[in-house]
Design a protein around this ligand. Structure first.
Ligand SMILES: Cc1cc2nc3c(=O)[nH]c(=O)nc-3n(C[C@H](O)[C@H](O)[C@H](O)COP(=O)(O)OP(=O)(O)OC[C@H]3O[C@@H](n4cnc5c(N)ncnc54)[C@H](O)[C@@H]3O)c2cc1C
Length: 433
């Protein structure tokens, strides 16, 4: 059996490792960081070169910040981080500022950081912890063990400048798919997206704006397209660097989902904003780009035949609020802990038993809450529910403080106040499916 080494074995062949992680977004880099810290030899294959863009709102709640703190990432403004105090919600004619809840289990602030810097910082942290990161290496498919049908590695092509484009094989005992929402690797292993789970689509861009230093994340709950109320929300997040990240997202639970011109909708929404905020074409600094948000475990099982799914590959975006970075990082950490325990087992059968604990650990962490989220997403697909909720919820700050805890999944796991206990009880009573 493999012995855990404190650092990668210099004699190990460059194209094999204990674990291969495909993709160096927040899920892949966190998985690799925690695996390397556990003393395993980790190879991370990332098709892009850093720094690279990722379409995102760039907003972190205290859940995401907690993961960064746990990885020892410096979070000062000089390092490019812009802290925020809470959420401003606009809807039902009301504008409400809610500070992040005061909890022992989570820090009191969120953060903004463009994904260009964020993802590179995380990838470098994984390298520093001992993971071998290869950039510009595009994974083309799994390599299967002919007798067992298990993943034994991956094939990949390295692009210029370092690579020659030739197909190469990389081998490992386990592979983690952290290759994002489309997860070609999972698909190649027969794991398609589940149509019975929610999916969001969101678009975003950046504008130079005097509101760039807003220290609340701002959500607009009512998205009107003409006289249609759409299920989703618009956001204005100050990036602290002279620009605001502005975007909107919709859920697939409404009839409007398929037929919406998202870029046009964003432009029409912003046309109604005060001119002094500056959200006009002249101030736009990036193209309007969109991507999918795979929610509520929309790809399962999260472990099969030597392959573990982390982050968007496993559909881990929170259906209540569209947040995915924190869940990508958390699932990466959970995957790494399970893998480290599995590879320390004396034989393959017991290692396999440990690995099947990964989907269970995810269900324990998010299962009931995500089932609730799916019901929520289904409900707000009906415009009257959305109208009723904004009209009757928004004017009641105590209700909205509870709603913030529910939407951002920020409660004390044990004890806490009445809102924490109510949300935890609901999540526990709702079956994880
Ligand atoms: C418009 C929009 C706004 C959003 N806003 C927020 C927000 O404000 N806050 C938040 O928390 N979440 C937000 N999300 C969700 C968030 O972006 C994702 O949940 C998060 O990026 C998931 O991380 P990941 O590591 O799983 O996947 P990704 O970040 O997608 O990373 C996947 C990585 O894998 C690499 N890769 C893919 N295929 C291959 C291959 N074949 N070989 C090698 N490498 C490969 C990619 O290059 C990439 O680096 C938003 C999403 C969208 C679309």
């Amino acid at each position: 059996m493999h012995q855990h080494a404190a650092s990668p074995d210099p004699a190990a062949p460059a194209d094999s490792a204990d674990v291969i992680v495909v993709g160096a977004g927040p899920a892949g880099s966190s998985t690799a960081f925690h695996l390397a810290q556990a003393g395993l030899d980790v190879l991370v294959l990332e098709k892009c070169h850093f720094p690279r863009e990722k379409v995102c709102g760039d907003g972190l709640t205290p859940r995401g910040v907690k993961q960064l703190v746990g990885m020892g990432i410096p979070l000062s403004p000089e390092d490019g981080w812009f802290p925020n105090r809470g959420l401003r919600i606009i809807g039902g004619g009301v504008r409400l500022e809610l500070d992040w809840p005061d909890l022992a289990s989570y820090p009191g602030c969120g953060m903004m950081r463009s994904r260009r810097g964020f993802d590179e910082t995380l990838a470098r942290a994984a390298s520093k912890a001992g993971a071998r990161l290869l950039e510009g290496v595009n994974v083309t498919g799994p390599v299967l063990d002919e007798t067992t049908g298990r993943v034994a590695g991956v094939t990949a092509r390295a692009s210029a400048p370092e690579g020659d484009g030739a197909l190469r094989t990389y081998r490992a005992r386990l592979v983690v798919a952290a290759d994002g929402g489309s997860s070609r690797l999972s698909l190649a292993m027969g794991l398609a997206k589940r149509d019975d789970r929610p999916l969001g689509v969101a678009v975003r861009t950046y504008y130079t704006s005097p509101r760039h230093d807003d220290d609340y994340l701002e959500s607009w709950l009512e998205l009107w397209d003409g006289d249609r109320l759409l299920p989703g929300y618009g956001w204005i997040f100050g990036a602290g660097d002279g620009t605001s990240n502005v975007g909107l997202g919709l859920l697939n639970t409404s009839a409007a989902f398929q037929h919406t011109d998202y870029r046009g909708l964003l432009r029409r929404w912003l046309a109604g904003m005060p001119a002094e905020w500056g959200y006009t074409e002249e101030n736009r600094t990036e193209p309007i780009r969109g991507a999918a948000l795979p929610m509520g475990f929309n790809r399962t099982p999260h472990y099969t035949r030597g392959l573990l799914l982390a982050g968007d590959a496993g559909g881990m975006v929170n259906p209540f609020n569209g947040e995915g970075i924190a869940y990508a990082m958390e699932s990466g950490e959970i995957a790494a802990r399970v893998i480290a325990q599995a590879l320390a087992q004396p034989d393959r059968a017991s290692a396999e038993r440990v690995l099947h604990g990964y989907p269970q650990a995810l269900r324990d962490a998010y299962g009931g809450y995500y089932t609730l989220g799916r019901k929520f997403v289904g409900a707000i697909g009906h415009p009257w529910v959305m109208k009723f909720a904004t009209r009757h919820g928004m004017p009641r700050p105590a209700v909205m403080r509870l709603v913030l805890k529910l939407l951002a999944n920020l409660t004390e796991p044990r004890g806490g106040d009445a809102a924490d206990r109510l949300i935890n009880a609901l999540s526990r009573l709702t079956p994880a499916a």
